[in-house]
Structure formats: C-alpha cells, structure tokens
Design a protein around this ligand. Sequence first.
Ligand code: JBK
Length: 247
Amino acid sequence: MRIDVLSIFPEYLEPLRLSLIGKAVTDGLLELSVTDPRSFATDRHRTVDDTPYGGGAGMVMKPEPWALALESVLQAGPGDAAASPPVLVVPSPAGEVFTQDVAYELAAEEHLIFACGRYEGIDERFLEWASGEVRVRPMSLGDYVLNGGEVAVLAMTEAVTRLIPGVIGNPESLAEESHTGGLLEYPVYTKPSEWRERSVPETLLSGHHGRIARWHRDQQLERTARRRPDMIFALDPATLDRADLAV
Ligand SMILES: Nc1c(O)cccc1[N+](=O)[O-]
C-alpha cells in the first residue's frame, strides 16, 4: 500500500515515521509520503488561502495548490497499474463516520491519499474536480471540531495500516479487539494475581479453555450492553448463540 498525505503542516505527520507504521515502511509493507500543497502555490507569498465568497469568518483554502499537489502524488503512485483509482480521504466534521469497518475497507486499497484541510476547509471545487480523478471520501472521526485534518489522519493511518498483513506481530490479536464482531473487547489482566486486595477473575486462572472463552464472550456482551447499547441493537442475531442470549 502507498499512503500520501497532503498537508501544509508536514511536520505534524512525523509521528507516522515511528513505531509500527515506521517499521512497516522500513519493512517495505508500506510506502509513505507527505506533500505540502504550499509547494505548489505560484505567487510570491506562496498563498494557499483566501477570504470566503459569501462572507463569514476565517479563510478558505484555494483549490489550485491542492489540485497540483494531488496531480503530483497521482504521478508518484501506482497509477493505471492499480486495480482501482486511489481513494482520497478528506478528514472533515462533515464526512462519513470513520469506523473499524471503514478501516478494513481502506486497508484493502492500493493507494490512499489524505487531504488535510485547515482553516474553514478546502474550496469545494477541488473536491468536485478530484472526484473525476479519484474516489473522494470525506471522513469524520466523530462529532467534534478540530483545527485541521492532521490529527485525524494520524488516527486513521494507524487504524488502517495495522490491518495490513505483516504489520502487527500477532494477527490473532486483531480477532478479539473492540469493534471486531460488533462487540467491545473483554477486560484483561496480568501478573500479579493479587494486587491491592483485588484478584484476577478465578475463571482466568482455571486453565479451562472452554470456560475462559465463555467468560470472554460474556464480558464482551455485558460491557457492550453497558457502555454501547447501540452496538447491541445493531448486532446480527444470527451471530448470537443460546449462551449469548442468557447473558
Ligand atoms: N472533526 C474534524 C474536524 O473538525 C476537522 C478535520 C477532521 C475532523 N474529523 O475527522 O473528525
């Protein structure tokens, strides 16, 4: 997979060079590049924004530097060799909600491009023009307001790249994470078995794999019902067994 990030604050994306994502790059599992649209601003002051038509506070990002930046990364990417056009993810409070299912969808793509808008956003004509070149997906982490898309890109990139085969050491750990299978993850414990007069649940010390698996499932169901009842109501009944229904 290749990931390109377009941002006027490229230093914001330096954390992507660390830890598992950085290792995925050095291991050749991921190509990562950050491009600054300001590099494509043609005036002397390298202007990337201007006042909004129709008035209102703040500034709007001009379309041309973004279009030139996108064209440059499209030339660097797999291009026609890819099975399908790249996906341009545009972090925005007005986007579709980014979920684990979306992370799995994006992890299957060959080329992801993130456009980190700032100020009041990018001129809508850039998105309209880009939709003729790539698949445009405005995407939101949640219902709150950030100053720009970079923080969202850090989160989305981690969520997506960790799903690429070979990036995390033990792929089995993906199977029991929150939001996999529609439930939240169960509580975890480690040594010592007694800590500040608190014990590890006895079942986990039993060595009985069947009882432990049932305990894990019960905890997932109880935790999800308590913290995210919306997820319980969204469960496919066909995925629940009789023991689940007894929880
Ligand atoms: N919420 C928000 C924003 O206000 C600006 C850029 C990206 C996001 N987001 O992804 O959630």
